[in-house]
Ligand binder design. Sequence first.
Ligand code: PEP
Ligand code: MG
Length: 759
Amino acid sequence: MASNMLDVLRRIILEVNAAPDLDQALNIIVQRVKKAIQVDVASVYLSDFQLQQHILMATDGFNPQAVGRVRLAFGEGLISIVTERAEPLNLEDGSAHPRYRRIVETGEERYHGFLGVPIIQHKKVLGVLVVRQRAMRKFAENEETFMVTLAAQLAGAIIHAEASGGFARLFKDVGGAPFTLKGLPGAPGVAIGRALVVYPPANLEAIPDRKVADPDAEEASFRAAIADVQREVRAMSRQMADTLPPEELVLFDALALMVGSDDLVEGVVGRIHVGNWAPGALRDTIHELLRAFEEMEDPYLRERATDIRDLGRRILTRLQAEAPVQMLGGDGRVILVGEDVAAAHLSEVPTAQLAGVVSARGSSSSHVAILARALGIPAVMGVADLPVSRLESQQLVIDGYRGQVFVRPTPAALTEFQRLEREEEQLRAGLQELASLPAITPDGVRVPLYANTGLLADISPSMRSGAEGVGLYRTEVPFLVRDRFPGEDEQMHIYRQVLEGFAPRPVILRTLDIGGDKELPYFPVREDNPFLGWRGIRITLDHPEIFLTQLRAILRASIGLYNLRLMLPMISDVNEVDESLALIRRAHSELIEDGMPVTMPPVGVMIEVPSAVYQIDALAQRVAFFSVGTNDLTQYLLAVDRNNTRVAELYQTLHPAVVRALAQIVDGAHRHGKPVGVCGELAGDPAAAIVLLGLGVDSLSMSVGSLLRVKSVVRTFTKAHAHELAQQVLQMEKEGAIRALLNNAMEEVGLGGLVRAGR
Ligand code: PEP
Ligand code: MG
């Protein structure tokens, strides 16, 4: 066993994560494991659930020809014991075990020592990592834990490969197999279209493969980029000549050499002539070089990998400076796909062609998702395993309700989704008729429906959808898209447009809510637990200068309109309310002193931290209204990060605990005669809207894309019926049962078409 196990582990994990495909990841694992534990054979079996077989996928020690050929039926051999028990099996003499099965396909001799560990992801056993020894050998505990740790890492790589079609390709030897990716719902709807991969400049990881029409021209532009970067490196060296000692300057010569090296240049040119465009060829070549460097024993040389990465970026920048953004030809429907799709990317496709968005990063509260909702197109966010480089021009179906992406769907799936898309269209058209009708229950209870927004672009879609005002204006959005804090006048103009756009209808402006996952590029906050850290009101109270500027801008923007309501985010303690109210009064009196006819708006707080639920009485004495931020309240009640795909299944928006907290909030607020709205995503979920209505929530605020669906719920369910259902829901123990009850209720009243939207 290597002396420094942790170091070996770390190195292997780095290599595995950098491997371009599953094949190579598996090969790296078996080679390194064989060496680290000094065994005769290390292998990986993966389980094909369709064929019901464990298939040898990689080996170091057996005949390489055996890969793909050695297959054990489920239930057969020691491998099956490991998968059945989902536990390591460590046997001094495996061959003495009654279920031992000698592998004859490879003319295998008899092995004794056996250690197999399951490869598990999300409770599912995907295969087995196994080592074998000719001699008798019982493996030590640290060897077992070493293998278990590696197997856990391997699980991630396998899921990734499965997601990108690699697994299917290896197993069935068919390219272009369909596969499904799981992300987070970003914006509701279903769409079918071809992928257009967008990428930020100079990000090699996000570069897609593209076919090149003229390899010679591509080679020429690549060589020109190389020459430019060599000049750039030499210029850097000259610039540094005065400040750096000569031995350090040598580094620049080495860099210039590296840029023009055969490994790099010939590697890229070769790949171009095989048919890839220069950025794609560069990406693969740099990855290959990186692997070579990262394998080096010498830590100094290993660190040079950083230089390679940097050179790759520099060459890419040059290439991108020359190449205009490519667009898909024709007028087909386009789904934007990228590592981190930004709002600006939406403008790269004509709106009529834009069908949807898929992003590896972000969540439903990302700017691009908010914009997608405003445009009425679906978005799937946070697709952690998005194989960006392989998706260009592929046919995709995206389901923004459930956060799923189907790549190269089967004809049957496609037909099904085309039907759903048509139904959606009909539903939209049918709902459109509701736009001008009031949100009133059949037994005469009015439930105002408001829009959530943070974009000026939202104003007209919000108005068209019949929103009766704005229930949540996220003021951080204009802060997020700038490169500095917007000044008082600048902010005033933005707020004025929203307030004027909706007047006389009410507009709830929420004060700056940054931190958590909303970091301003010019105000970095680095914390271990950002969602439990410096966030929302905590930041603005610590920076009264930022808060007062915003408050003054908001108060000035509202002059003469009288439709402003002011709302404070992330309140967890009454002191925060007292301090905020003092600052609001101060901003107000300063403006009055300056001769401005500002008025004090009603001030409310968001209930999105569990502690606020239990302080509802104290809060009710201080503020005019409440709005429940269910997005955060759910994440804090359930201790589930709202953006983490790994625990997304646990983020149950209708969890019994959430429903009970809501009931408590409504009762508490109403005891003091204060209205309660809900402005989290839950308000836009038709099934949940029934419960909210039944619990007595006074208004609902949501993305405009959901507004008409919820209006059809309000116009169909009587308050009495909703109340009855809510009482039943309050008795239930599981979200699944709650959803089933509500879906049933919707089917019964003829709103079956909306059921999908709540899933
Ligand atoms: C919420 O937490 O529910 C909410 C509406 O605020 P945000 O999504 O902006 O955190
Ligand atoms: Mg929130």
